[in-house]
Design a protein around this ligand. Structure first.
Ligand SMILES: [Zn+2]
Length: 337
């Protein structure tokens, strides 16, 4: 098999509060393709298991949440518990049920701090796929910032294999896609970049979106996936996750749009906006679940979820059928009398 590795990058810069755009994926051709983590267990030479199987394993530079916290400067330093909870929550919000469509997800994340992170720490450093599946790094010098930069910002890179993947919906060997096999998330740790816990959470949540294959909606604004964009901000806000063809996302009744600066309009507040991270009155910085309809839509597009009845309701159904059967039997028995 010929394995091709692509490098991709994106950045979120909180300081430029200029704008916003909808749902964007990487390495796609229209609705075809996209980069995803494989739903089925996949061994990658030299770095081990790389897939959603068993959850996506992440680690932090320094080997502990405390050590990672201490690499950043804080307005008010969070406790280790608060920081740990914040990092875990930044992953776990990606597993939340979409409140509009009711769709859940197969995505799961597992802290794997015993695996040491491996990053590229040269100036302009990019990706090293080794380490955990997702490595969280602190860098004073990265692709998008240099020593002394005080912007509170992050950048994420992932490495892919040109290969089919299995989808979370059960589709095998989905063509045109590429498999993400390692991601590095770096946050600016220059001493002048002073964080508070809410911004750290929001920024990290955004960067984790990149590690899952989400693009910046206001950078790749000609590649916006939506169902009904008509030039208005309102048409970007509606929920379309239920429209995704779970067995073949490329066949979904969706389109690619050029949304220009529309996402930067009032009332469009998308977490995956590079500029501003969607922070607004309707999606405030302390929002514990800052995902918008567009994030839930792209999540369903990349990692299609098939809802199944809850075991409890299945059991109730069975019980109801059993009762029905029993009462019918009693009736029959009664008739026999
Ligand atoms: Zn970004």
């Amino acid at each position: 098999m010929k394995a091709i590795s692509f490098l991709l990058l994106v950045t979120a810069n909180f300081l430029f509060m200029t704008s916003s755009i909808a749902g964007v994926i990487f390495n796609n051709n229209g609705l075809s393709g996209g980069s995803r983590w494989d739903a089925s267990e996949r061994e990658v030479f030299g770095v081990g298991e790389r897939s959603l199987a068993g959850g996506l394993r992440y680690s932090v530079q320094g080997g502990s949440f405390e050590a990672y916290r201490d690499m950043f400067s804080w307005n008010e330093q969070p406790t280790v518990n608060a920081f740990t909870y914040t990092v875990q929550s930044a992953f776990d919000v990606w597993t939340t049920v979409d409140p509009i469509s009711g769709l859940g997800t197969n995505l799961r994340f597992v802290a794997d701090l015993d695996t040491a992170v491996v990053g590229d720490f040269r100036g302009n450093g990019q990706i090293n796929r080794a380490g955990a599946e997702i490595d969280l790094l602190a860098k004073t010098d990265a692709y998008f910032w240099n020593e002394g930069n005080t912007n509170r910002q992050g950048e994420s890179w992932f490495s892919t294999l040109g290969s089919t993947v299995d989808l979370t919906s059960g589709t095998k060997n989905y063509a045109g896609s590429s498999a993400i096999i390692g991601a590095d998330i770096s946050l600016n740790s220059n001493p002048g970049a002073i964080y508070d816990i809410d911004l750290f959470f929001r920024l990290l949540t955004h960067e984790i979106g990149h590690a899952l294959g989400f693009g910046d909606v206001d950078v790749f604004n000609t590649r916006f996936i939506d169902d009904n964009y008509d030039g208005t901000a309102a048409s970007l806000n509606n929920s379309w996750a239920s429209s995704v063809n779970v067995f073949n996302p490329a066949e979904s009744p969706l389109k690619m749009y050029n949304v220009g600066n529309t996402p930067q309009a009032d009332g469009v507040n998308i977490l995956m906006e590079s500029y501003g991270l969607g922070i607004s009155a309707t999606n405030p910085i302390n929002n514990p679940i800052p995902l918008s309809n567009d994030e839930y839509g792209i999540r369903q597009f990349l990692y299609p979820f098939i809802s199944v009845p809850e075991p409890s309701s299945m059991a109730l159904l069975f019980l109801a059928l059993l009762l029905l059967y029993t009462s019918k039997r009693r009736l029959l028995l009664n008739n026999n009398f």
